[in-house]
Design a protein. Structure first.
Length: 404
């Protein structure tokens, strides 16, 4: 692999803008930040552009072609919150620099018939081939069952343990079987014994409270059933939980599709017809929700110092999972975060360094010597105008430049 020097660009290192204007990549790693380009290096002219760490989407569900689509938008890592890409199934992904890298929870701990079963139309079968090893289905209704499943999930290659806390009220299916507090707390305690990160699906304020009281490390949604209260913000902050708001998912649940994003020529050029149709659609399961309430909650969490991570909940190219598309929607989420009151730099941290830190991905999420050369070069300055993240000039995954 040739030595590459990206010169003349602004550099946002995942935390802050640097004075450095040169980044040198060697053998899939960042060799040098600052200084002069070494003799013999292939020079990429970055004048007028900003170099960012490759983006990380902290909430997805993979589908056929989704990792390739994500990378086309500069998303170099996706964190799967339910799916097939556990360690036993992803060796091909790890070595393929034409797709985003991935980590996975495997399947989440939920009761039989619990969320997300209500989202699937009767008889629906997803497209694509099944993985070499089918994931473990950790259906649990008692503390003992949840405790027993945790080490099995970890042994089968789950990178973190996910719990579903959902009674179906937001999805229009009230009364779904749901984990009780004792089962959730026991499962989380078992995961901690094994040193595993824990995350929870929680779309309501009460479910978020349950997650905090159980000691969950982070919730991968922000609640949308009511405005926030000072008490819940304090509870989340004192528990040192992170939050992946997925504002674009909440908007979709309220019937607000991604049509504006799909109309952007920078997005349209990278989507096929099926993904465009999906992006323009919406879940439309909670039309009574108020997007401004969600934004106010995110603003309050940010003010309280809660770590916010950028995620989308992008899933399959199906209209009943509408309003979202891999890669594209992470840029939409950054725009939503800024609309909620974050600065562009705070939003960029949420898609790079903060997510890497909270998920223990110590080799990525920042531009620093010795780290993976997962990089995104964009025209303009997204630290001033967050919309500039879509102005893609070049993408590298482990130092391999993605073909235009």
């Amino acid at each position: 692999m040739a030595l590459t020097a990206i010169t003349g660009a602004r550099v946002f290192d995942g935390e802050k803008a640097l004075g450095a204007r040169t980044v040198v990549v060697d053998g899939g790693r960042i060799r040098q930040v600052g200084g002069e380009a070494p003799d013999g290096a292939d020079v990429v002219d970055g004048r007028g552009a900003t170099l960012l760490p490759g983006l990380i989407d902290a909430h997805v569900h993979s589908a056929p072609g989704s990792l390739a689509l994500a990378l086309r938008f500069g998303v170099t890592t996706e964190l799967e919150m339910q799916g097939m890409n556990t360690r036993e199934n992803r060796a091909h992904v790890t070595e393929d620099d034409s797709v985003a890298d991935v980590r996975s929870a495997g399947f989440a701990i939920t009761p039989p018939g619990g969320h997300p079963s209500e989202l699937m139309p009767e008889g629906f079968r997803p497209a694509g081939t099944l993985p070499p090893v089918m994931p473990l289905m950790p259906f649990s209704t008692t503390p003992e069952e949840a405790v027993a499943f945790v080490p099995q999930l970890l042994a089968r290659g789950s990178d973190y343990i996910k719990f579903m806390i959902d009674d179906g009220s937001v999805e229009g299916h009230p009364g779904l079987p749901m984990l009780d507090q004792a089962t959730l707390t026991a499962g989380v305690a078992e995961a901690k014994k094994h040193g595993a990160l824990t995350v929870a699906h929680a779309l309501t304020l009460d479910a978020t409270r349950m997650a905090a009281e159980a000691g969950v490390d982070g919730v991968v949604h922000v609640f949308m059933d009511r405005p926030h209260t000072p008490e819940i913000i304090d509870l989340v902050a004192e528990a040192e939980m992170f939050v992946v708001p997925c504002i674009c998912l909440n908007a979709s649940m309220m019937g607000i599709g991604g049509g504006d994003l799909a109309d952007d020529p920078r997005v349209a050029a990278r989507l096929d017809a099926k993904w465009e149709e999906t992006l323009r659609a919406s879940y439309d399961r909670y039309p009574q929700g108020k997007l401004e309430d969600v934004r106010e909650t995110v603003r309050a969490l940010a003010v309280a110092g809660v770590d916010l991570l950028a995620g989308t909940d992008a899933s399959m190219a199906e209209t009943f999972f509408g309003g979202l598309a891999h890669g594209a929607s992470l840029h939409h989420e950054l725009q939503h975060l800024v609309a909620a009151g974050l600065t562009p730099e705070q939003a960029l941290r949420a898609a790079t360094a903060t997510t890497a830190r909270r998920f223990g991905l110590s080799d990525r999420g920042r531009i620093a010597e010795g780290l993976r050369a997962d990089l995104l070069l964009v025209d303009g300055d997204p630290t001033a105008n967050i919309g500039d993240t879509l102005n893609t000039r070049a993408i590298w995954r482990r130092g391999t430049r993605l073909a235009d």
